[in-house]
Design a protein around this ligand. Sequence first.
Ligand SMILES: Cc1cc2nc3c(=O)[nH]c(=O)nc-3n(C[C@H](O)[C@H](O)[C@H](O)COP(=O)(O)O)c2cc1C
Length: 334
Amino acid sequence: MILESPLSKMVIHLLSWQAIAIVGLLANPCICREIATQIQGIELDTIQQFTSLLLSTQMLSEVAEDGAISEQTDIILAQWEFHDLLFHSRSRSGRHANPVGGTYRFLGQIAPLPALKPRTWNKSITLYKPDLENLKTSDISFTQVLESRKSIGEHGEMPITAQQLGEFLYRCARIRNLLQTEKGELLSRPYPSGGAMYELELYPVVNRCQDILPGLYYYQLQAHELCCISSETEAVEALLKGASMAMGKQEIPQVLIVITARFQRLAWKYESIAYALMLKHVGALYQTMYLVATAMNLAPCGIGTGDSDLFAKAAGCNYYAETSVGEFALGSGT
Ligand SMILES: Cc1cc2nc3c(=O)[nH]c(=O)nc-3n(C[C@H](O)[C@H](O)[C@H](O)COP(=O)(O)O)c2cc1C
């Protein structure tokens, strides 16, 4: 058993049952003398030395007369949730001695995941591909896009069209290139991604879209098509409802784009930072989606909460291999 804390730079290995028993008793405020009466065969002096080690390494907090500890009274620490601070300290350098970055720790042991998700669903809809050369001259200027970008929760009366959805997905998330390397496959897509690993996948949940029936779809990058996973099931409705609640709206978004990660694409290569890196990619993709939607006069809105368990069930994914890590509402402009 080991003791670690995001407040500490130390790791303490508990090698004896007495040490583990002392730590167990310290779950409640107590003094060394009380511990000595509860654990047989251990000197008070040893307990004092051990608790003093725990205190000096910030594994232990002194409890004030009123029962409060500094994690509650310090307004800076009080606002950190335990898991957030642990994630912050362990995914950044400085507070641990673990390997950081592209260490390829599974090279030679586990085969890397292919860059493109193997085809799972057969029923598909071919999507419209825009002419990028035309768009280079007809789009509004970059500064206009950047300065008029905003989150829009209200959608137009006429739903988004299949052509617009096709153009949007093509401009944000298509595959530009696939590169074979000695350490697996890399991709190029319109948004940036650490190490060109590209672990993110898109699943449009369609509520109202001209020419596409409601349901859950998978965006197949390679063929630029939508694979139909299910029609409008209860789970699909719950995903859409969750998004409208997150936006504080009664109205259900016309389309909800669920972003998933195939976690092992990154974890196979990166150590300490894989999950943090993935969240950064979600941010890069959100901004690309905002900008493309603005250029296309669509209504975009990033969403901060979503049910990953529900999504894994709806799409038939293994929660630990691939599930949702972000959601983005999209509809026609008003
Ligand atoms: C990561 C992220 C999560 C967001 N989550 C929500 C959300 O759950 N509900 C919502 O209504 N807006 C959400 N938004 C939109 C923000 O509220 C919006 O970007 C912010 O108010 C600034 O407004 P603007 O985008 O119009 O400039 C989110 C935006 C981002 C980037």
